[in-house]
Ligand binder design. Structure first.
Ligand code: COA
Length: 393
């Protein structure tokens, strides 16, 4: 018993709501019946992790931890029942006894799951405490949190913010952090004159050891994860389109909650020109928002839209004069960010929840088709032409 008490961290205060929330998480975790078992090493790691918890998970959970620990290390409870007036030890004994003949292996597994769920439940607070997107964290993005707004700025202006593999990975990470931090809304925008020129075509020229098939497969997996980060983003996501947008940066706009654009922005998806096919769930969101014919003009026939046309077709929420774009948009966003955080997040999740599964299916299908396309002669030729044209300049 002393060992367990030593393992419990010195919680300074108890928050009832927190305890209730964690308990409900646990009730799911503890009924997991998967085949997984926990090794002794995982069990020992869980003991260490228990010591890192910042807040008291509540008496009910602490008793469960105690009981599982005893069952895992000593087996079923065979010690004499404490006297009725020895309240604390009686509660512990009851908790241990209630596990009956659960095996030590099963108890070890449940203990590991329980501690993991407690640590995971604290993760958002951990993230919020860190400075978001410090220069040390991201190489291709600037990420800041101010006035309840987390802003993710694509930061390769000399390359028109083309998205490299590194940038895809950083964007996924930045979105994950922003989804969990204390901000109310999240904004994506670009540094320089472009919003984004889409996929960096150099991504196709770095052939790994496994050959071109492996390159296409890896790129497909990365794209799937990237689009998934938008589908699952849990709070309002706003695009501040500061200049022209190309390719995936356009198709993804259908997954934002609001899109503000300068009048100088243009919207171009030259997929067939590049021997490719649509991504970012645009094969579903574009026809839905603009009708099949207008969507086809963009996605099949590479029609470039002006900002005003994009607004007329529902892709953009509002267009601003370039001279006042930044001041007008940020004033508005700061006002939005004063609205109640949970109300906004829950409302967004309700709206997204209606079609989340469908969007995941669309994402999977688009990625599958693109992986084939990337291996096609049509696509190789188009990419070679882009770089040949550059070389001639
Ligand atoms: N992939 C790789 N490099 C890109 C790029 C992209 N998507 N977009 C821009 N760049 C690079 C250019 O190669 C150039 O590099 P360099 O300075 O080393 O020559 C630099 O960014 C500046 O672009 P540049 O072409 O000189 O500017 P521009 O104003 O004449 O044209 C674009 C801008 C975006 C119209 C043109 O670069 C372009 O067509 N890029 C490809 C867009 C694309 O097809 N994206 C994929 C969609 S699926």
């Amino acid at each position: 018993m002393a060992t367990v008490l030593k393992l419990l961290p010195p919680w300074r205060f108890v928050r009832f709501s927190r305890a209730t929330q964690v308990t409900s998480v646990l009730s799911v975790q503890l009924h997991t019946t998967g085949a997984m078992t926990a090794t002794v090493e995982e069990f020992n790691q869980a003991k260490v992790k228990l010591g890192t918890l910042r807040s008291d998970p509540g008496n009910e959970v602490k008793l469960k931890i105690y009981a599982l620990f005893k069952q895992a290390t000593q087996g079923p409870c065979n010690t004499p029942k404490p006297g009725m007036l020895d309240f604390v030890n009686k509660a512990k004994w009851d908790a241990w006894k209630s596990l009956g003949s659960v095996s030590q292996e099963e108890a070890r597994k449940q203990y590991v799951e329980l501690i993991s769920s407690l640590v995971a439940a604290e993760a958002p607070a951990d993230v919020g405490a860190q400075p978001t997107g410090s220069a040390a964290t991201f190489q291709t993005l600037q990420v800041t949190t101010e006035d309840n707004i987390t802003t993710i700025r694509l930061d390769r202006p000399q390359k028109k913010n083309a998205i490299t593999v590194e940038m895809y990975n950083e964007l996924i990470e930045a979105l994950e952090l922003a989804g969990k931090d204390d901000s109310v809304i999240t904004v994506i925008t670009g540094n320089g004159d472009y919003y984004c020129s889409g996929n960096d075509l150099n991504n196709f020229t770095k052939i790994p050891e496994g050959g071109i098939e492996k390159m296409a497969k890896d790129a497909g997996e990365l794209l799937r994860r990237y689009v998934k980060a938008y589908i699952d983003f849990p709070k309002p996501l706003i695009a501040v389109v500061n200049g022209p947008a190309v390719g995936v940066s356009v198709t993804l706009l259908g997954l934002f909650d609001v899109v503000y654009a300068t009048e100088k922005a243009t919207f171009h998806t030259p997929f067939s020109q590049l021997g490719q096919s649509p991504e970012g769930c645009s094969s579903y969101t574009f026809p839905k928002m603009m009708g099949a014919a207008k969507a086809s003009e963009m996605l099949l026939f590479n029609k470039k839209l002006t900002a005003t046309q994009a607004r007329e077709q529902g892709l953009v929420t509002e267009v601003f004069p370039d001279t006042s774009f930044q001041s007008e948009v940020w004033a508005r966003l700061k006002a939005y960010a004063k609205l109640p955080r949970n109300s906004l997040a829950l409302s967004k999740q309700l709206i997204r929840g209606m079609e989340r599964e469908r969007l995941h299916t669309v994402n999977d299908q688009e990625v599958e088709r693109l992986v084939e396309r990337w291996l096609s002669d049509e696509c190789m030729q188009a990419i070679m032409s882009f770089f040949q044209a550059k070389a001639k300049l």
